[in-house]
Design a binder for this molecule. Structure first.
Ligand code: GLP
Length: 261
């Protein structure tokens, strides 16, 4: 794991955007795994700016989102379909046919999840997976206790996650209990992971994921087994790390051949 601590979420999002842009420039047909939530919004804004001002081209990019609520229509303002369209897709030129988001309205959840896994395989696997972190350490909607080998499937949200996400819903207490999420095993097959976390509220989950034991009780900790993960956080989210000074030194003193972004 490479831990990159930056002063603000804006600076962290800019570094993450440069990593995503480099991936797309090196491989224009990249397959991106995408996350929702407040955390990646700055990254998506910066990528959209790069698209309009620097001609960053998404024409051959394929995307797979991590998760979606069961029972929410794509037009529902709290659905992840709506979120992605508003915050990212309508600002870039990714072809709609290459966008994949689990369908929360499917009549057959297990079959849909299996088809989602097959679609990821058929696209050649995920090159770069963008991840946020739940305040309880969840990845996607893989809540604590999720199997470390899990695949795309139905999950039941904890009350804490439902409470955290109430802010995206116009009416309180309407956050669905059930979701479809890529599994931890699915996420771990991505060739590279970028975990973003900002704010004091994420500090404990970040520390547990980066420096704690690998455990299903903190799904983010599984990334310690991933060969290519970058954790990009702001100072607030770094607050509970015991080796923060070391991570900063590493980032600021890389050998010249290891380009910094
Ligand atoms: C949500 C999403 C996750 C996200 C996490 C953190 O419920 N399913 O993909 O990373 O919770 O959300 P936020 O970025 O808003 O703090």
């Amino acid at each position: 794991m490479e831990i990159i601590i930056l002063p603000t979420p804006e600076e962290a999002s800019a570094v993450a955007a440069r990593l995503v842009a480099r991936q797309i420039c090196e491989k224009p047909s990249s397959v991106l795994g995408l996350a929702t939530g407040g955390t990646p919004c700055g990254l998506y804004r910066e990528l959209a700016r790069m698209h309009s001002e620097e001609a960053l081209d998404f024409a051959r990019v394929t995307t797979f989102n991590l998760d979606e609520y069961i029972g929410l229509d794509p037009a529902h303002q709290a659905s992840f379909h709506y979120f992605m369209a508003e915050n990212f897709f309508r600002h870039i030129n990714v072809p709609p046919t290459l966008i994949h988001i689990p369908n929360g309205m499917t009549a057959d959840v297990p079959a849909h999840c299996e088809a989602y896994e097959q679609a990821i395989k058929a696209a050649g696997g995920i090159d770069l997976q963008i991840l946020g972190l739940g305040s309880d350490g969840h990845l996607g909607f893989n809540e604590p206790g999720s199997s470390l080998a899990s695949r795309t499937r139905i999950k039941t949200l904890t009350e804490r996650t439902r409470r955290d996400n109430t802010r995206f819903f116009a009416e309180r207490d309407t956050v669905p209990h059930h979701v479809i999420t890529m599994g931890l095993g699915t996420i771990m097959e991505s060739r590279m992971c970028l975990l973003l976390a900002f704010g004091r509220g994420k500090a404990e989950a970040v520390a547990a994921s980066v420096e704690g034991p690998v455990t299903a009780s903190v799904p983010g900790s599984l990334l310690q087994f991933h060969p290519r993960t970058k954790v990009i956080i702001d100072v607030e989210a770094a607050n509970a790390l015991t080796r923060a000074d070391y991570y900063r030194w590493v980032y600021q003193n890389k050998p010249a051949w290891q380009t910094n972004l």
